[in-house]
Design a protein around this ligand. Structure first.
Ligand code: AMP
Ligand code: MG
Length: 270
């Protein structure tokens, strides 16, 4: 078994993710019990690295989560961030634009939500909706969404150049597993609130969404801001994979404590 199978989920620049051939129920060679213990270990490392990121206060990290409904974006966020200091993490959920957002370009709200120095940002949906749902539902003409891949690559390069490390995860749930999960939402009074009739409209356009994801990932998986396609039919695999990808990114950043101010070392408090 590969030491870090989750890193092999990265989509190399210029290559096609071929989502229809992907095994959404893959365990990546992991076993469930061992994976639970491993997740605790990864979360402890995330906590330390986030603390150091905040202490250093020079760079930031952005995790982008994209997925079809019920793939588990919310569950992933709850699972992998629960060991970290909430004061250092910004989770931003992007819904259909409204109010002043509609009066600006599509990246305006996204740039404003990008993590400040020292912070870990998590996007629950993102600017990718502007080349995904917007495309599938024909909210803008093809000529408009097609040129957005270039904007997005330039925008992400700007963030990277200015000190943000970006990792993007597509949580890939199978159509069959989505059916089970949507049905469970409908059948459980405590989960009904999560269900929107619109989820079924999106589900009916499944193949269109997959084609849109395929192209978006191919066009925007770059050296600086890579995409990872994460098998999401098993929550425990998904959680360990995303948290391991994130901890790897933070380890590459390797944030450092700033040096003590002159004269502080050895000082005695009276
Ligand atoms: P959820 O994340 O399930 O709460 O749903 C949010 C909804 O907002 C999804 O149906 C998204 O497709 C939609 N959404 C997010 N961003 C955009 C966007 N830029 N344009 C249109 N719809 C969007
Ligand atoms: Mg939803």
């Amino acid at each position: 078994m590969a030491k870090h199978p989750e890193l092999a989920l990265r989509v190399e620049p210029g290559s096609k993710p071929a989502l229809h051939r992907f095994d959404c129920a893959d365990t990546l060679g992991w076993e469930k019990d061992a994976a639970k213990a491993e997740l605790d270990d990864v979360k402890a490392r995330l906590d330390t690295l986030q603390y150091r990121l905040a202490a250093e206060d020079r760079r930031s990290v952005l995790l982008v989560l994209q997925a079809m409904d019920a793939a588990g974006k919310d569950g992933t966020i709850r699972s992998i961030l629960s060991g970290m200091n909430p004061a250092g993490v910004d989770v931003v959920s992007f819904k259909a634009p409204g109010g002043p957002e509609t009066a600006h370009d599509y990246l305006w709200r996204v740039h404003a939500a990008a993590p400040a120095r020292g912070r870990l940002g998590v996007f629950n949906r993102s600017h990718y909706e502007d080349v995904l749902v917007v495309r599938v539902k024909s909210l803008v003409p093809p000529a408009v969404w097609k040129r957005r891949f270039d904007h997005i690559n330039s925008f992400e390069r700007l963030l990277v150049d200015e000190g943000t490390t970006i990792v993007k995860c597509f949580l890939h749930v199978s159509k069959d597993e989505q059916r089970r999960r949507l049905q469970a939402r409908i059948d459980d009074p405590e989960k009904q609130w999560k269900f929107r009739a619109g989820d079924l409209d999106d589900r009916a356009k499944w193949d269109h969404f997959m084609a849109a994801y395929d192209e978006a990932i191919e066009e925007t998986s770059t050296h600086d801001a890579p995409w990872y396609v994460v098998p999401a039919d098993r929550n425990w695999v998904r959680n360990l994979a995303v948290s391991s990808i994130l901890v790897h990114a933070l380890e590459q950043v390797d944030p450092q404590y700033p040096p003590a101010a002159a004269g502080v070392s050895g000082m005695k408090v009276r």
